[in-house]
Design a protein around this ligand. Structure first.
Ligand SMILES: Cc1cc2nc3c(=O)[nH]c(=O)nc-3n(C[C@H](O)[C@H](O)[C@H](O)COP(=O)(O)O)c2cc1C
Length: 309
């Protein structure tokens, strides 16, 4: 390369790197302003806290060995959060969901078995619905935290991954990848740095790591594209696994960059792939319970855009 050309290339790369830095700082400011990171008393932030803690309480009741007394700290926290939420937003559906979770936990303390307090499911009914029409498949998909012993069929995993690969992706770059651990030792290593699988993750016969190959994104404007493409990919994978009659539970990958790098080195995932989430996969027990997970009413979800006049 001629000296002038290489100078030109260096200047271009410096400019691109500077832009990269600027938009990431901008992202950090936007996140600090719009999220609950620094704003603790906004109604939306309080509602998010209530829903998250209520889920912790209900999740405890859906674990294989749910014991009375479990989740005491979460319940105490939820009570305090509910008081704050009531003051700011009144007794809306979020408040009622939190109260219902507390009431279920209190009944568990009083001796009602957890299997009667969660949502009761039957494998046969779930699998029938999952092999039928799409709305049924969607309605019957739930995060499963109780698995039957035994391996999952590798052919089922392959069929599901093949369908996931049909997910749309920006400019068809098809970055979605799945790394699957089935051996006990591999599964342990994959789960070692994940913080949301306690009490059930070790029962899963397979753990998938959904990643996106970031190397195909080449402009700063695409810095979030891996999460979008990866989310779509993961959703198709979940439905496909459900269609195969398997139980799944998404496992968050909300970690610091240093943990992310340690994880990739430890399990052998290339550094240029973005880890989107992990998925616990296993066979459904004949009968099992899942956590209550109330959803927002349609009028909070769907909005018409006003006309510009
Ligand atoms: C990206 C993502 C990460 C999640 N991480 C965890 C996790 O670490 N542990 C867990 O038990 N559930 C996890 N979940 C499951 C959610 O708690 C669950 O989807 C939610 O409560 C709704 O319940 P449902 O899936 O049964 O409809 C996760 C879900 C998503 C989408």
């Amino acid at each position: 390369m001629k000296p002038l050309q290489s100078l030109h290339k260096m200047a271009r790369n410096l400019k691109r790197f500077w832009l990269n830095l600027r938009v990431h700082v901008d992202d950090a400011i936007t996140f600090a302003r719009s999220s609950g990171l620094l704003q603790e008393h906004q109604p939306g932030v309080l509602a998010g806290h209530v829903l998250k803690t209520a889920h912790r309480v209900d999740k405890g009741l859906s674990l294989p060995d749910a014991q009375p007394g479990h989740g005491l700290q979460a319940a105490q926290l939820l009570s305090r959060q509910l008081q704050g939420h009531l003051r700011h937003s009144g007794a809306d559906w979020v408040w009622q969901s939190g109260r219902a979770a507390l009431a279920r936990r209190a009944r568990h303390e009083a001796g009602v078995p957890a299997s009667e307090l969660g949502v009761a499911m039957r494998a046969r009914e779930v699998q029938e619905a999952a092999s039928g029409a799409f709305p049924e498949l969607v309605r019957v998909r739930r995060s499963v935290r109780q698995f039957a012993p035994g391996p999952v069929c590798i052919e089922s995993l392959k069929r599901a991954c093949e369908l996931a690969a049909l997910s749309p992706s920006a400019c068809n770059r098809s970055g979605g990848r799945v790394w699957i651990a089935t051996e006990v030792e591999q599964r342990r290593r994959v789960l070692a740095l994940q913080d949301g699988h306690q009490g059930f993750g070790e029962q899963a016969a397979a753990v998938a790591v959904v990643t996106v190959d970031t190397s195909a994104f080449n402009t700063v404007a695409e810095r979030h594209q891996a999460w979008v493409d990866g989310g779509l990919f993961a959703m198709t994978l979940l439905y496909a696994l459900q269609h195969e009659g398997l139980g799944t539970c998404c496992l968050n990958w909300c970690v610091q960059p240093s943990t992310d790098r340690r994880f990739k080195r430890s399990v052998g995932i290339p550094l240029h792939e973005t880890v989107v989430m992990l998925i616990a996969i296993g066979a459904l027990p004949d009968e099992f319970t899942v956590a209550h997970s109330p959803r927002r009413p349609l009028d909070e979800v769907m909005h018409g855009l006003g006309s510009h006049t």
